[in-house]
Design a protein around this ligand. Sequence first.
Ligand SMILES: [Fe+2]
Ligand SMILES: [Fe+2]
Length: 199
Amino acid sequence: MRNSVDEAWILVQEYVKEKGLRRHILAVAAAMYYYAGLLGEDQEYWETIGLLHDFDWEIHPDLNQHPMDGAPILRERGWDEETIRTILSHYTEGTGVQREKPVDFALLANDEITGLIIATTLVRPSRNIGDVRLKSIRKKWKDRRFAAGVDRDHVQAVTDDFSRVCFSGQLDLWAHIANVLSAMQARASDLELDGQLAR
Ligand SMILES: [Fe+2]
Ligand SMILES: [Fe+2]
């Protein structure tokens, strides 16, 4: 039996106090939910994966620990091995767990790009994601000093993998970014990107 979205969110609230990390987690969950809908997959399950993928980053803020050391905690809380395997697959370099299923590829494709979209929103005076157009993200994408932690080549590579596995190679980078943007816009208030942080 699978645990629920609500249980995943309770776990996140317990382990993640920092607002920025919560926003990242919620953004990835929104994108996962969106893509599950598009692909006819289980939206609640994909959202759960998004919520859980970085739940241990605040307690394990190091790639020698994350996400490996989060796995026993999930196991203890009754999360199933398949969920844990998917979470471990978002860092194959450290875990040795390969991506196999659509949900695995979606997770990685949605992970970093949300960071560029959040950063693009937060430099606008309105801090409202509803005002963000693809054009602005494109400009920020080209300026590699902006949100420099977002590795553009890695985002392109994981998007290509996701496209190949789930869209017969037909999902290009900018269609993907447009999808993630609209998934996040649909949850603007959860992300506190609806203007509530306006300067
Ligand atoms: Fe992670
Ligand atoms: Fe992440």
